[in-house]
Design a protein around this ligand. Structure first.
Ligand code: DSN
Length: 412
């Protein structure tokens, strides 16, 4: 076995990781789906659990030597159940897209109809975007936000009555408003549809008690574990006991092979962190920070899609600012602020050069930044967007941002 350290053996990879570490330490991470895990989560993720194969489930594996793996996976399941009030949890999905695909395939047949939100209105690729394999397999009918920028539940009810979907799907990756799961459930009950929520973006806000929780109400809830939930990159499916067997069979052997138990152990650690009282404070501060950004950007005449934020993110239409989402993303990168360009509802532009940017506060909040920093960051965002072609302005902002980040160190 090679017993050299990474730095000794592979200076190429080591130095790239160090550069990325510096980028994370010195920049403002505002992609709403990103976060920083704790050293304890990182330690579990980098553990010897990566060596073990364990196809199957706790107490029922295809391989020997799984007694400790079973302990790890059971802890992850128990903590997730406690965190969300779930009847059944599968912690094996490798990430959010596999979790959604496994969920569809567990309860639907090819050709079945799914009512899901349009991507440009805040939905997700796996909710029926025509570029995905699932769009060829299922009949996705896609709903949109209305002229006021919100989900119109009456319209959704009409669509459900018209299309009689097998599954009504909510949960979004760019929509910034709260969701009324009781209304969605009543719509689904009327048409005898199943309910599924993909809470990947807001799982930490639900776990922290700051947003509505669909788990007690819905048939199936999927999530990733690495966004607001602040765990390792991965997925998870929660469901009512009546779907447990189908979900488990769909994940393995239906869709995946051996689970990644090092990753599952890191999920368990993150769930334990989310069960601590201070996680509620964290979740609340994420939302307070997003609200301050909204206020400050509105003062500067920015168009906030969907009217406002009720969660951790803002989708901003830059059409009135004379800059595209791509141009803004590039300029902000140069200044040390990481965001992603994003389509806005019914965007006339293309996904690679859309009209908007999407930004969020989970990662900044993990660093300990609060209201005062958000006010300063909103001012920097505006300066960079207004002077996106002026390299010396961008360099000046970057210097100030490095100074701020040094006050909120991450892993040093
Ligand atoms: N890539 C994630 C996001 O940024 O929202 C979802 O897939």
């Amino acid at each position: 076995m090679n017993r050299q350290t990474l730095a000794q053996f592979d200076s190429d990879i080591f130095s790239i990781i160090e550069k990325e570490r510096k980028r994370q330490e010195e920049g403002l991470e505002m992609i709403p789906s990103e976060n920083f895990v704790s050293p304890a989560v990182l330690e579990a993720l980098g553990s010897i659990l990566t060596n073990k194969y364990s196809e199957g489930y706790v107490g029922n594996r295809y391989y020997g030597g799984c007694e400790f793996i079973d302990n790890v996976e059971q802890l992850a399941i128990d903590r997730a159940r406690q965190l969300f009030g779930a009847e059944h949890v599968n912690v094996q999905p490798l990430s959010g897209a596999p979790a959604n695909i496994a969920a569809y395939l567990a309860v639907l047949k090819p050709g079945d109809t799914i009512l899901g939100m349009d991507l440009s209105h805040g939905g997700h690729l796996t909710h029926g975007s025509p570029v995905t394999h699932m769009a060829n397999l299922f009949n996705f009918i896609r709903y949109k936000t209305n002229a006021q920028g919100v989900i119109d539940y009456d319209e959704l009810r009409d669509m459900a009555r018209r299309h009689k979907p097998k599954l009504v799907l909510v949960g979004y990756s760019a929509y910034s408003r709260e969701i009324d799961y009781h209304i969605i459930k009543s719509i689904a009950d009327e048409t005898e549809s199943m309910t599924m929520a993909d809470v990947a973006h807001i799982a930490g806000l639900i776990a922290g008690g700051q947003m509505n929780n669909p788990v007690p109400l819905f048939d199936i809830v999927t999530t990733t574990t690495h966004k607001t939930l602040r765990g390792p990159r991965g997925g998870m499916i929660m469901c009512k006991e009546k779907w447990a067997k189908q979900i488990d069979k769909s994940v393995f052997p239906g869709f995946q092979g051996g689970p990644h138990e090092h990753n599952i152990s890191a999920k368990a650690v993150a769930f334990k962190e989310a069960l601590q009282p201070d996680f509620k404070v964290y979740a609340k501060q994420i939302m307070t920070n997003a609200k301050i950004l909204e206020e400050e950007l509105k003062k500067r005449d920015y168009t906030i899609c969907f009217g406002q934020t009720d969660n951790h993110l803002l989708l901003i239409n830059l059409a009135n600012k004379g800059v595209t989402g791509k141009e803004a993303q590039i300029a902000l990168d140069k200044a040390g602020i990481t965001v992603n360009k994003n389509m806005v509802p019914d965007d006339p532009r293309s996904p690679m050069n859309p009209s908007g940017i999407r930004l969020g506060t989970p990662a900044l909040t993990t660093r300990g930044m609060k209201e005062a920093e958000m006010r300063q960051i909103a001012a920097w965002l505006d300066t960079v967007i207004a002077h996106h072609a002026n390299e010396s302005v961008l360099a000046g902002v970057k210097k100030d941002i490095i100074a701020l980040c040094q006050k909120y160190p991450l892993y040093v």
